[in-house]
Design a protein around this ligand. Structure first.
Ligand code: HEM
Length: 180
């Protein structure tokens, strides 16, 4: 039986979020470094914060889409334990993305800093102005990256295993982003 694939919308949303996360993590790491010019730091902050907000919106859209279009079942060749690990990893990835975007959002808005894209749209900060809250969100954002990076590494390793070693059609469920 042919392996069932994700819908085209689910596939391009997946790759859009993947690209955005790949871009925002290095920007986040470089912008908090010490040996960096003020101009570059400001640009990276603007890029990181605003791309992060876009990721938050995309993740919410993905979750809504997924609620309406459940993930297709994995092929029977995938052992039970691997299915469970895959399912857990996928939900933890959603949780980690929400955690990182929300803590980033709170860190900025509770700290009283601008969030250019939302400010331009006239969307007011949803978090109250509070330095202790901003500090707590900053710490959570700092440590949350380890969970997110670990989960992404596991996810990419599993994708490479299926796509390059097993060649069992699992990677083709999510690739290519466009096309039928
Ligand atoms: C998937 C989304 C996101 C990821 C993966 C991410 C990742 C990171 C990483 C790795 C750092 C460096 C942490 C450090 O070494 O101190 C960082 C810092 C930061 N991020 Fe994010 N971030 C995301 C979303 C956001 C969002 C949505 C905002 C704000 C709207 C934001 C605002 C910030 C700020 C202000 C810092 C600097 C923290 C500080 O030292 O004050 N991030 N982020």
């Amino acid at each position: 039986m042919p392996v069932r694939r994700y819908t085209r919308t689910a596939r391009w949303l997946h790759w859009l979020v993947a690209l955005a996360v790949i871009a925002t993590v290095p920007a986040g790491l470089v912008m908090v470094g010490e040996d960096i010019s003020r101009g570059l730091q400001d640009s990276l902050f603007i890029f990181h914060k605003n791309l992060g907000v876009i990721i938050l919106i995309l993740v919410v859209v993905r979750l809504a889409w997924r609620a309406l279009h459940p993930a297709p079942p994995l092929p029977d060749s995938v052992p039970r334990l691997q299915r469970r690990i895959a399912l857990a990893t996928h939900w933890l990835l959603y949780a980690a993305l929400l955690f990182m975007t929300l803590t980033g959002y709170i860190r900025v808005t509770a700290g009283g800093f601008p969030l250019e894209m939302l400010d331009a749209l006239g969307i007011p900060p949803l978090a109250p102005r509070s330095d202790p809250l901003a500090e707590a969100a900053k710490t959570a954002h700092f440590y949350g990256r380890f969970a997110l990076i670990g989960l992404v590494a596991l996810h990419v390793a599993a994708a490479a295993y299926h796509g390059l070693i097993r060649r069992d059609g699992v990677f083709g469920r999510i690739w290519p982003p466009l096309g039928r």
